[in-house]
Design a protein around this ligand. Sequence first.
Ligand SMILES: Cc1ncc(COP(=O)(O)O)c(C=O)c1O
Length: 369
Amino acid sequence: MIKIPERLNKYEVYVPGKPLEEAKRELGLDRIVKLASNENPFGPSPRAIEVMRQALNSVHIYPDTGSYYLTRKLSEIYRIPEDNILVGPGSAIITKWLTFALVEDGEEGITADKTFLIYKIAMQETRGNLIEVPVKDYSYDLDAIADRVTERTKIIFIANPNNPTGTLIRRREFEAFMARVPDHVLVVYDEAYREYVDDEEHPCGEDYLQRYSNLVVLRTFSKAYGLAGMRIGYALFADPRVKEAVWKVVPPFPVTYLAQKAALAALDDVDFVKMSFDRNREGKKYLYSEFERLGVRYLKSQTNFIFVIPDHDARDIVRRLFQKGIIVRHTRAFGAPEAFRVSVGTLEENREFIKALEEVLEEISGNSN
Ligand SMILES: Cc1ncc(COP(=O)(O)O)c(C=O)c1O
């Protein structure tokens, strides 16, 4: 019998939701509204769809391992050398490559206690430890994180804006933090929701690549570009030595040909990203006003989802919404059992979600009377 390593017993694993078709069958519903994974509800960029159609005839050929054309384009956009750019099958996988390549026995990572799960998952696959620093008012507490840095610290993960809370670290705060972090600590600055931010004080990762040699910026095509199913994202490294080191653990052909083609086209589709941003902003405005009408506490968001902190048990609400065909994400696994996260959908989906939420809240208050 194969011996399974003991350490795997302690692993937290990412628990995916059921396929939509399965959920429909289980509930006996023909329509389900999925607002659980922060995807773009308006589909992929139409330009990306067009190039993928044309590219279908070439998928018998292995893709280019280094995503040559996309890397070149990103190098032009950000005005940094190609040697500082790494394209991978989503920024979550790139996070795993970073920790796998760089974190050694006994070294430490630091992040917030209510943040994106992959940082923890990536760290547990190394022989290092992760320190989770409590958030302050549901935002990253950068001072407290900087206070925890020691000689052993190797990596700090920051999602800005944060998932699941949707909160933003502003420029001044980020710069003060970076000034405190010694340059032996790699700061992974994850901007997955960057295209949705409308706060002018947002620190854009690429603006700091010259200033901080210990910075790596993560970006994805999964959100505003509408390509979550293609699996593609990238990292911008301040220091090409770090990119070179990480590249050593990358398997051959990590990104499919279709994904590379789609990403190139999506980057050019400025109108689609603008439309996604505008509609998302309208969607948030609608949801905020409905939460206020219903007396439900929520946090203003700089992303395409909203963190909702109901008075009643969040898990129960999530379960009741599911029975009505609305899927949202309970945030227990993110360290926030008191809340759930709802992605901003189309206008129609948002309305259906609010209608179901209103019914659920009525059911609950009816039960407790
Ligand atoms: C903060 C954050 N980073 C990264 C990702 C993952 O992006 P990708 O699809 O590129 O792996 C997500 C997805 O939910 C996220 O919330």
